[in-house]
Design a protein around this ligand. Sequence first.
Ligand code: GDP
Length: 450
Amino acid sequence: MAFEALTEKFSKVIKKIKGESHLTEKNMDEMLKEVRIALLEADVNYKVVKDFVNNVKEKALGEKVFDKLNPSEMVVKIVRDELVNLLGSDSCELVYNKNKPTIILLVGLQGSGKTTTAGKLALLMKSKLNKKVLLAACDVYRPAAVDQLDQIAKQINVPLINMGTNMDPVDIALKAKEEAYNDHFDVLIIDTAGRLQIDETLMTELKNIKGKVIPDEILLLTDAMAGQDSVNVAKKFNEDLKLTGAIMSKMDGDSRGGAALSIAHVTGVPIKFIGTGEKLSDLDIFHPDRMAERILGMGDVLTLIDKVSENIDEKEAKKSVKKMVEGNFTLDDMLKQMKQVQKLGSLGGLLKLIPGMPKINDAQLGAAEKEMKNFEVIINSMTPEERAHPEILKNSRKVRIANGSGKTNADVNKVLKKYDQMKLMMKQMKGKNGKFNMPNMSGFGGKFPY
Ligand code: GDP
């Protein structure tokens, strides 16, 4: 995930400054020097770094932090607020028209993620915001772009204006607009062509589309992996098209994240969404405050809560909680619990949203995910009776299950041991306060039950 190294460095700086008994101009200068290095190493534009450090210092001096009761806490707050400013202050959610279709033009270089993101946006708007969405395929140059969008549209069951690759993109966009108005769509998302580099012919085509369809939003796709180059690309697209926002794709990659920190500041174009994976559900609304706190190692509990409430089937969760409290928790229930957690996305992404968690390394995460998959295979090899009454699982049954699932006896025992641990944990939790809400979440940060 982007920002990992930056988070690690910032966490260290914060820890150090919080440990100082007195804050002086000298140790603050030292802290700012480290902040400066951390940002530069994260590939943040040097001008942005300079502004950032100056602003933090100016604010700290302006607020006379040295005289205050908790000077280091105040400095951390100033750094956090400045980071939010850098990322674009408020969340800039899209505004939808009430009486006519909201038209969104996606632009960007080839490979930046336009086509994939057209599908991701359509899915997000359809499934989470209940919008009636129409897609339009106007990238008639990249081989297979139209087919790619056609497949995505079918996958998410969203209609697509597909006029092949022999038409003028301006005409396709106009046709899509007409259809969006006639059929009362809430949103029209237009995928446009990209190039490997900025190119005047492309810019002219985009300007023509813009002039004809008059979009409400022109969103630039920028690839987080592209580094500083993407800042210049964003500048040029903004000069020519007056962007209303940016979508940073591939934030799941191991880019240093500096471009994301620079783009909003250098161009004044707010980041509105971030792409966090190749799946069509991997798109998040961008919240500068949450991202700033994540970068500072404070976690992003709000996004975690969003993900949990979107993906956890509350009824199912309550049912299994009730069963646990009553002592009827079976292996089937354990499997259901595991699947609910799996639905939240990869454990890796999830754990990184929790304060104090970024230290878990990829190998450990990989092992946890593998273990969850093993459990599923093993439990699936059991009969319904065995799942409901694991106590009947004596040696011969275990051998059968191990053979059937392609695992070993030890693996089967591991599942049963975890099951016993979970049951015990439930009992203890119940003992403490008589009730609990999300037993599977209770393990995060402490002993993870799976
Ligand atoms: P386009 O040329 O701008 O239309 O780009 P595509 O939509 O075809 O995307 C280029 C590649 O990037 C594809 O392989 C996508 O699967 C991949 N991609 C797009 N967004 C993301 C993302 O957020 N994370 C990751 N890991 N890959 C992405």
